[in-house]
Design a protein. Sequence first.
Lengths: 345, 338
Amino acid sequence: MNADLEKLQESNKTELERRGSIFNIGAPATEAVTIRDQIAVGFGDGTVRFFQSGSDPKTVKAHKGVVLSMTNYEDHVLTGGDDGRFLKISSDGNIDEIFNFGSKWVDCVVSHKDTKVCSSGKTVYIWRKNKDKPEILEHQSTVAGLAFDNKGKRLAVSRYGGVTVWKLNNNKWTASNFTWKGSHGTVTFSPDTKYIVTAMQENQIHGWRINDKADLAMRGYPSKIKSFTWVGDTPYLVTSGSSDAVCWPFDGKEGPMGRKPIVVANGGKELATFVKALNGEKAVFTGFTDGSVLLAEIDESKKPIMIRSSTGSEVSTIAISSDNSQILIGDMKGSILLSSLWADN
Amino acid sequence: MYKGGIYRTNYKEIDMENTSQVPVTVLTGFLGAGKTTLLNRILTEQHGRKYAVIVNEFGEQGIDNDLVVDADEEVFEMNNGCICCTVRGDLIRILSGLMKRADKLDAIIVETTGLADPAPVAQTFFVDQDVADRTKLDAIVTVADAVHLSSQLVDHHEAEEQIAFADVILLNKVELVEDNDIVKVNDRIRKINPFAKIIKTTRCDAPLDEIVGLNAFSLDRVLDIEPDFLESDHDHEHDDDVTSLSFVSDTPLDMDKFQDWFGNLLRTKGQDILRSKGILNFKGEEERYVFQGVHMLMDASPMGPWPKGKDRSSRVVFIGRDLDNMNLKEGFENCKSA
């Protein structure tokens, strides 16, 4: 490459790319979670790498195949892999195998305080504190998403045909079913726990108001919604799947029913593939099919800021350190940008 | 171009030598026909290739390999109300997981249970955009038991459908059948499916390159339809038998008339038309047009000029149920240009 071209590329870089570090891992980044001042990323080669500003990432060879799911758990991460293993991993590389499901994938993991949960096939396994054996919750079809409410009292399990919400009463789990035709994936509770929302295999998201099971169908997307995040105090459910970040308001009695979403962070002909809230702000990071990332306020009159330029590979994960100082962006080719969010850092 | 049914637009754009698309072979056949034997061969005789195999949870035991994935055959209808949009939700999820692997797979093989309708599997590769972007349906391969196929065709309509959908049929266990009975079974298969390639095997001993990596769903393979197979004569015992009908015309077709007829046909009768393929000679067009479909879904595209010195004739094949009541011959004849 000649010097002029290099200069040109340098000038096309964003401020965050210039001051940050770029790592080429060579395998798709599948998940990222924050543990204190580190960001752990799972990859398609089975590794979990711990990234920290100012040092090289620490690599843990965790799974044989793909890290399919990951969540934080105290000072550790929990991971599920396509090698059938459910693992607890510390940042210094200690691996504790919680369970080995053999040839079955561990599709989803979630935790709340000292409770560890994973799903494999149609079954959810719950390890609670001081119990050796997991509690087992069966479902009629393969589990595709898990989420706890903020108190850890309810566990939403998405599957074909809707969501089962399990409630812990007197040490027993009881089920309540929320039904909607189709295949449901990632699931989330609204921060006030009044709603549950799923991303479907069709180009739509579906929600239920929990107290009366009223349906909310949010449609009109040109592609599948692979990612959503709750933003601000309203709050907004911000979703990928369109050329903008689509922000549904969940305030008032009716939430988004009969209302139009706000759209911010236009990616032109690129589609949004990953969204992540900036904690404490009414703003969202939106990653696109070409690898670019925009930061936008939930305000259609404000202009978004370019955070990462195009890499040619779709953004598959974004994580922010717990003190809001660092951002990590990963894509399907395994390129990782780790950078400080603020210039004076 | 045709607008009938759900028409996958921009065929060329989707299929444009996208080498990152992993080919997927769908393997069907009744329990005991020899699917597991074939799967074990595929996994052990890889010759440096990396194949993932998606098996069904009710399948035969005896396959143990890192790249074997259990599926639960979760079929669901999409909310758009279109019957042809019945897809396999578990496949969408598993394929998305496999696409996150660091090492690239050379091919994926999807096994289905003997009683499963192969249509939702095939449709998944047309209907789901993520799946269509990263994988492509390579071929539907059916393993048939030469000893039992004739009785299975009488007793189970699924057996007929598996023969009807196939691009390749392994007629297995031929060593256990008399030669003249093999001819009979062969003829029975041909009545249902005139364009599938039939390979006679003992313990599924066909070369793997005749099973995997065929590109049978590529439109240019439509041009391979052998005119010899195209016989309109057929006889059958029940109205719900799967049969095939084919038509040839040396008179150029009128494009508008054909679009109207064919679009309407797929829209209204697509449920009963399991497969369709054809090469078309339109009046005033220098290029050949080809199409191939599964139920209401189809691809169509111009496919280069007609070869010099060969007849410019249109050929269409339908495989399905109740074809006699669709006025296919009349409909096709009416498309001839004046």
